[in-house]
Design a protein around this ligand. Structure first.
Ligand code: MD3
Ligand code: FE
Length: 215
């Protein structure tokens, strides 16, 4: 049989990781080039920046946002804002292609009528990482987080409800989506330091789109 696409990540499969957590391999493989074009467009209006945590540490991951709300961090804390603090302008609108893939992935994982109001865009280069943390700045605890991996592969780390719970490693490639909802919504998670590499879509970077329903 002739494959539709020549990359492995276009081989779609589904796996339940946990109650409420679903891995959709290759779900966004066909859309990946369009999603990357949209990221470039967003970044031309709201540039990637390295935010500072409340403890004064500069994050190795570069971030920007689109949608009605964007996640920001500085010395005073974490929060969602409707304007980009770097420009004073509203965050760029969520592109139709973003909403479409997020809504379809959420539905596939059993979450109907997903209506994200925020999309955090993370950019990793070699060595960049995200330490183990929980996402708990969102008021809507029922809605899932939808995570779309693009470009270089990464090792995703995920534990449990407590920081001390054992951590599992999950290899994520371009086009893979993970939907985190239900009991898994507040689990600890992170990303291991990115390995050097080159990807046809993103060069030496990994991009992750993280859709959230804040309110
Ligand atoms: C698992 N980003 O921005 S999102 C983040 O690849 C973040 O850039 C990661 O964690 C990245 O906060 C992955 C995936 C994610 C989000 C929320 C979760 C995984 C989760 C909540 C519970 C368990
Ligand atoms: Fe997170």
């Amino acid at each position: 049989m002739t494959p539709l696409f020549d990359s492995d990540s276009s081989q779609r499969s589904e796996e339940q990781l946990e109650e409420g957590a679903m891995l959709l391999r290759g779900f966004a493989a066909a859309e990946a080039p369009v999603l990357i074009d949209e990221v470039a467009r967003i970044a031309s209006a709201a540039a990637f920046r390295h935010m500072v945590t409340p403890s004064g540490y500069t994050m190795s991951v570069a971030m920007t946002n689109c949608g009605r709300l964007g996640w920001v961090s500085d010395r005073t804390g974490y929060r969602y804002t409707s304007v980009d603090p770097d420009t004073g302008a509203p965050w760029p609108a969520m592109p139709a292609a973003f909403i479409d893939i997020a809504v379809r992935a959420a539905a596939e994982a059993g979450f109907a009528n997903y209506d994200p109001d925020a999309c955090l865009i993370n950019r990793y280069i070699a060595g960049a990482k995200l330490s183990l943390h929980q996402d708990r700045d969102e008021k809507d605890a029922w809605a899932p987080i939808v995570s779309v991996s693009l470009g270089l592969p990464a090792v995703f780390l995920w534990g449990g409800k407590r920081r001390s719970d054992p951590v599992r490693r999950l290899h994520l490639e371009s086009g893979d989506i993970v939907v985190w909802g239900g009991p898994a919504r507040f689990f600890y998670h992170g990303v291991a330091p990115l390995k050097d590499g080159q990807h046809p879509l993103t060069g030496s970077a990994r991009i992750n789109l993280t859709f959230r329903k804040v309110f």
